[in-house]
Design a protein around this ligand. Structure first.
Ligand SMILES: *Cc1c(COP(=O)(O)O)cnc(C)c1O
Length: 211
């Protein structure tokens, strides 16, 4: 889908409420990213540190906003921090949060990734631990600026099932607003419409834009 069409659609679905689009560029190279930038897109997401390092270097003069959305291995933390990402969306444990915090010499905007789909295959912190972990990270990790939550919706053809998983995430997000949460990152190519209806204010769309 073309960028402007997607932006129009987002605007319509959200009734004008602000929903940020992160273009997930993990399927493409710097050339395609540059093309979307030329159409006005500033925020891009990658799920592998090596790819993020390479592309952000190739495109450094564009000053893009890079979001890291993938599993972070401990041995890749320094490489990630060096590029100063705009938002680390995939913090999924207190232990990982502390490992990153300890290596930071600046404040990094971060989201807590929670598992609302309840599938073994999904990464993310168990939903029952979300609130206490959020508070514990906020308390103990002074260089992480926790700004909300991220989740991947239930993998299902049943829209109600998907909506249910987003609703669970939204409830957590709402109760964290008093602790400064302002970003609820949920929705991908297959389910962004449902996610926006459930209150998402940041969607991460890849294949729909790039395939
Ligand atoms: C790949 C990915 C996306 C984008 O998925 P699409 O289905 O291609 O839109 C969003 N979030 C995460 C965490 C991803 O890994």
């Amino acid at each position: 889908m073309n960028l402007n069409k997607l932006l129009d659609e987002i605007n319509e679905l959200s009734n004008g409420r602000k929903v940020e689009l992160v273009a997930v560029s993990k399927y493409v190279g710097s050339k395609e990213i540059k093309e979307l930038f030329d159409e006005g897109q500033m925020s891009f997401g990658e799920n592998r540190v090596q790819d993020l390092v390479k592309k952000s270097d190739e495109l450094k003069e564009l000053n893009l906003n890079w979001h890291f959305i993938g599993t972070l291995q401990t041995n890749k933390i320094n490489a990630l921090l060096k590029i100063r990402p705009t938002l680390w969306q995939s913090c999924n444990s207190i232990k990982l949060a502390q490992a990153v915090d300890k290596r930071l010499d600046y404040k990094l905007d971060t989201l807590l990734e929670i598992n609302v789909a309840d599938e073994d295959s999904k990464t993310g912190l168990d939903i029952s631990l979300a609130i206490e972990s959020y508070c514990a990270i906020k308390e103990s990790c002074k260089n992480l600026n926790l700004k909300g939550i991220m989740c991947i919706g239930a993998h299902s053809d049943d829209e109600l099932e998907v909506a249910k998983s987003f609703e669970k995430a939204y409830v957590i997000y709402e109760s964290l607003q008093s602790k400064g949460a302002e970003i609820c990152s949920m929705g991908m190519s297959s389910d962004y419409k449902i996610a926006i209806k459930c209150g998402s204010n940041m969607i991460r769309v890849g294949s729909l834009l790039f395939k």
